[in-house]
Design a protein. Structure first.
Ligand code: PA5
Length: 446
């Protein structure tokens, strides 16, 4: 199995009757998702995406990625939320969070337009000095403030450096197929464009051009990534038995936890390369489920680092949490602890032992300690750290997310809550049309 859910460490916290009784709800949600008769059914394009994608565009993505790799030292990906996290998660998971410091034949990749920080923008502009640059601006709506500001800045930089015509060859736009400001602008300027499908929401878009172009630029095999997702889709959508379908089992277990008052789910990895994968997962679940006063709060940690900080809380603090661990079964890198003649730290009993073995023991010891402390653990085992397996895992979490939202009784495919801050920000900034709101907000801020 490429992805396997091990529920051994949930057993003390879930009784068989409880599991049996939630199974019907999970199966109903699974069927409703596939039948497209639940809430948000306009946004189910991601379900068949790994098989039913635009093959011509897929080849264009590969071609564009080769062109980008040949023509720049720095590739800047501009986007936020669902138009950012998937690409970064995959690049860092498969290539290392230290990607930009590695010796490689691909450009350094930086992400911009994912905050409103002058410091971050200036830092990146300094890094760009004297370097050849390409950019990929990604925005489904085309109007999101953060990426729009960054796009202004980098477009101007490219036009100054290469002229309007030269810049055109270095600007790649991923946006709606036909509508929106960005699409119109890209067409007018003659930039190469890629599509965010209408029926795929941002947080489910990692396997569209949104994720695939930056991922391909990093040298990752996007065909293998899609193949993994495709095999996962085949399995998880067609296996109607919660005991055999781990995506459905995950839905059952996490909803039981929620009903027990364990309303925080912590995604755990023992590898720093999963840091941005955790961020992707948090957006996927947080934005999909956190609404109507409901939802599990998705948090994340990297162990053993965070065992020296949040580990205290998880072991011993409020008992409103459980953990979901993603563990890679066959690690690709090894490193043996060196022997030290003086043995000043008393660690010679570990000399020659691979760090993976120590990491595994840390994981097993922590699981037992945490379940003893009352924090249930779901263990998700990933066969390998490669494109195929990661594609499988991405789909596992996406599919479970759709089903879980329906079990929870929310529409997992909208995000009405993200508009509130935007409205206030625009009003406070004096955007035309927001005059009345501005007055009210300024009064409240006095
Ligand atoms: O998941 C989502 O829908 C959001 O996170 C969006 O992706 C994010 O707000 C960016 O939107 P856009 O792609 O329209 O710029």
């Amino acid at each position: 199995m490429t992805v396997r859910l091990n529920d051994t460490y949930m057993k003390p916290f879930v009784d068989e009757k409880e599991l049996a009784s939630i199974k019907d709800e999970v199966l109903d949600a699974h069927k409703s998702l596939l039948a497209g008769n639940g809430e948000g059914s306009d946004f189910l394009g991601w379900i068949n995406l790994p098989n039913d994608y635009d093959k011509e565009e897929f080849e264009r993505i590969k071609k564009a990625s080769l062109k980008i790799r040949k023509s720049c030292d720095i590739f800047i990906v501009i986007g936020i939320g669902g138009s950012y996290l998937g690409a970064r998660a995959v690049v860092e998971f498969l290539k290392s969070p230290m990607y930009n410091n590695l010796k490689k034949e691909t450009p350094d990749i930086y992400f911009s337009g994912c905050n409103i920080s002058a410091q971050a923008l200036n830092d990146l502009l300094s890094i760009c000095e004297g370097k050849d640059i390409c950019i990929n601006v990604i925005s489904k709506s085309g109007t999101t403030t953060e990426p729009a500001v960054a796009f202004r800045v980098f477009r101007e930089l490219l036009e100054k450096k290469y002229g309007k015509e030269g810049a055109k060859e270095r600007i790649f736009v991923t946006t709606d197929k036909c509508k929106g400001t960005l699409k119109k602008f890209a067409t007018e300027e003659g930039y190469e464009t890629f599509v965010v499908p209408d029926n795929v929401g941002g947080r489910f878009s990692v396997l569209t051009a949104v994720g695939l172009l930056p991922i391909a630029v990093s040298g990752i095999d996007i065909s293998a990534l899609m193949q993994g997702a495709s095999d996962a889709a085949e399995f998880y959508t067609k296996t109607d038995d919660v005991d055999k379908n781990d995506a459905l089992k995950y839905v059952a277990l996490r909803n039981i936890m929620y009903r027990h008052g364990k309303s925080t789910e912590i995604l755990v990895s023992y590898e720093p390369y999963a840091t941005m994968f955790n961020e992707w997962w948090k957006q996927l679940y947080g934005e999909s489920e956190g609404k109507d006063g409901k939802g599990l709060f998705p948090a994340s940690v990297i162990f053993s680092t965070d065992l020296h900080s949040l580990g205290q809380f998880i072991q011993d603090g409020s008992r409103n949490l459980f953990e979901t661990i993603v563990s890679v079964k066959e690690p690709d890198e090894k490193y043996a602890v060196p022997y030290d003649e003086a043995n000043v730290d008393g660690l010679n009993f570990l000399a020659g032992v691979d760090l993976n073995e120590i990491n595994q023991k840390a994981m097993k010891g922590t699981i037992l300690a945490h379940i003893d402390g009352g924090a249930p653990n779901i263990l998700i085992e990933l066969k390998k750290r490669d494109e195929y397996s990661l594609g499988y895992l991405l789909y596992f979490f996406e599919y479970a997310c759709g089903v879980s939202g329906y079990v929870l009784g929310v529409n997992p495919f909208n995000q009405p809550g993200v508009e509130a801050y935007k409205k206030n920000m625009f009003a406070l900034l004096g955007k035309p049309g927001y005059e009345a709101e501005k007055k009210i907000l300024e009064e409240r801020l006095k």
